[in-house]
Design a protein around this ligand. Sequence first.
Ligand SMILES: *Cc1c(COP(=O)(O)O)cnc(C)c1O
Length: 462
Amino acid sequence: MNAETPDPHPPAPAGDPAARRDAAVRAAVEQRLLTEEEPVAALLDVDTVREAVTALDGAFRAVTAPGTPVLHTFAVKAASLVPVLALLAAEGLGCEVASPGELALARAAGVDPERIVLDSPAKTPAELRRALALGVALNADNPEELARIDALTGADGPRSPVGLRLNPQTGAGSIDAMSTATATSKFGVALRDEGARAWVLRAYAERPWLTSVHVHTGSQGMPLDQLADGVAVAWELAEEVNATAGRRQVRTVNLGGGLPVNFGSDRTDPTFADYARLLRDRVPGLFDGRYRLVTEFGRSLLAKAGTTVARVEYAKSAGGRRIAVTHAGAQVAVRTVFAPTSWPLRVAAYDAEGRPRRGPHVTQDVAGPCCFAGDLVATGRDLPELRSGDVVGLLDTGAYYASTPFGYNALPRPGVYGYRAGRDGVRFATVRAPQTAAELLAEYGGATPEALLDAAVRPAGR
Ligand SMILES: *Cc1c(COP(=O)(O)O)cnc(C)c1O
């Protein structure tokens, strides 16, 4: 067994994200981002993020007529961290937001209102008023919401570009919970329902200021063809509105996000270029320069840039199964823990110094720190045998993982660190400091310990 043989300190070739990742794990241990006190942390490769933005930008440039305006927004829910949004904004992206909180994060990152799109399915009147006052683009989800916008809008129409979210009802992908274009989805105007198309055409005819259409057919697990079907439906509707109006009323088509991520290897597959070419072949009229395009990718921009690292606290066995009890569980990988077949993650094994563990593989469960039996991030996985003090890396967790924590067992939010790994070593920047004990206490009502002892809510006679 050669598992103990230390690797030479690995130089990090700039072009190899996997080598950069290994260097970052090693450096996170050396630079004490991962310690007994802070046994879990999230790492984000800034170069991988920028490469993804460049790929997205290039993919759409390659298929659009010169001069076509394209606004790529980032779906904030995929990584709701202000410094990440600011990095993406510096790379030219706007933000897609789906709650007042996400709008506040985008604004805090310095994103201009003209580069923000609001899509929440349950916008309150206050949320609509604020978006309209800022001039943030918004997509109405349903007839009632459109009526609310009417009521908030003067004779000149709203300052914000406004569109309708369409549900093309093109069907589910492989993950039901992520499929937004089913017949009965809660999102958008169900376009194939009886009378719906006529209602939509009337809605546009009555409102000259309704100038966009929006679709987002799903998020992970959607075949590209099905994503393209949804976009085609939106484009056809835009053409129909414009033909009826006899002018270019709809100027913006928002294609949503949803490009799936390959969680099985380091390969980026499919690529933004694959998807853009498919869209151009399928809906050529969308790319001829008559429409402004908006996209809303989330997972595909960030997933591959992230690694969640955690210490192995104990290595044990039960019923003949090896189990590594680590500090990464449902609190940082909620979907993987609760829906493991839909959200499998690769786990990388490192020794206590953060060097890749080699050596014979053993079938193991990789468990988290939460007090319920299902808190496992991998089950029956063949990995080099993990020992206490080792480090595990959950790969491809740059989107919807540590940035979307789950509050359980009063576990703190882990630190999130951006990194650049080069020949001169690995440099980290703190995106979000680990939650402190005081912050944790405040989150759980620590400021008001006597609230329920108050006479107003106390059972009589006590
Ligand atoms: C979640 C969401 C996105 C992003 O989806 P990804 O799968 O992360 O690309 C885009 N648009 C809307 C409306 C969404 O709800």
